[in-house]
Design a protein around this ligand. Sequence first.
Ligand SMILES: [Zn+2]
Length: 449
Amino acid sequence: MTELFVDSYDPRRWAAAWSPRRPLEVREARRASNRRRLAGLGAGGAIVLAGVLAAWLARPDGGATADAVVASGGDAAAEAAPAAETVRRTLLLANAGELEGALTGFGIDAVTAAKVAAEVRPALAPQGEVRAVLEVTREGGALRFYRLQASNADSSGAAVRLGEDGAFETTRLAAQVSEKITVMHGIMDGDSFYTSAVAIGVPNSLISPFAKALAFDFDFQREVAAGDAFELAYAQSVNAAGEAQGAARLLYAAMTTQAKSAAVYRFTPPSGEEGWYDASGRTVAKSLMRTPVDGARITSKFGMRFHPVLHYTRLHGGVDFAAPIGTPIYAAAAGTVTSASPSACAGNMVIISHANGMETRYFHLVRYAEGLHAGQQVPQGFTIGYVGTTGTCTTGPHLHYEIHVNGEKIDPLSFQPDPSESKALDAAQMREFEQVRDRIDVSRAQGAA
Ligand SMILES: [Zn+2]
């Protein structure tokens, strides 16, 4: 029997060859196999359990042949069935506070569980799900802690291992977050961009940014129709387990209609402001948004008309966009709020003055954006208030929008910004832009394949 044990290199024969007179050899064999297991961490198939389970599942990891045969008893039954093994389990905990209880729930003694939890706790976020990979050795009915890896959603965390000398060895784990780019294509239905985008699964948070990115190229009410095609690309950070981290970020927006097509890339020039650029690197942020409200319907254009409330014909000095009460209204361009106070006819009104002698006015707001005040600097697209029906000159919820250039009212829908205002990138910025653009285009090409 003893000779068989010594001569055999097949671990499956060790248990059969084991003799109570050779306990030291057995222990050495187990140590060696544990070292091999440590080297091969991550290869085994783990079972994911939600929450804390009191029951210990008996299935050992795949490929643990060497571990499963180390016997600790001397009788024939113990020799026939594997009596000691290393078992690995993956747990999902609601937060780091559940860790200690999970360890004791699996049969780790309370003192060890408290020590192990204390070792990894500083590396774990106080809130948020924790993924714990626990390895124990089971020998005769007794469980012995071997290793724990506990990680946050972004894969940062700590691993603690019981060393050869019985002391804990703790290693910090770095976050592993990568960026995934998703490309989507859709066709406009007869209803709205919103419903068309939702139909292909565009994340809700990207719908308004998409419309804003293309707001300088398309009037979504008048120039986009059923059957027109759109495309978008967005980035999402994912952790090592492939789970989304943080908010999705729109990178690319494109629209093709019967009349024209436009595609814009998000880019932040070095020492510059983030913005949307066409493929040749020209900024698409034109001086004024023609439609400073989402999803609105034009109910009255600029020009002479019979006023339904005042009952005489006069110049309608702006455009009326009908939209539900509470729809956000955006600053049409960067500027300074010169007035945010009510007037009789206009109701709650905002006036913003912009560069080059331009001014925009917004009437009938149900309320102002919180904290909005005269003298405040606002960027383009900043929410200044919400659609309402305040003032005496209104018959229903809408935004009355005016553009004044050097004191003269002009038609927002026919307003043409000066092309010289479209800033071009310099050579160094252009090289960076091309890298950003090409990365997105590669993803688009892969998505199309
Ligand atoms: Zn009006």
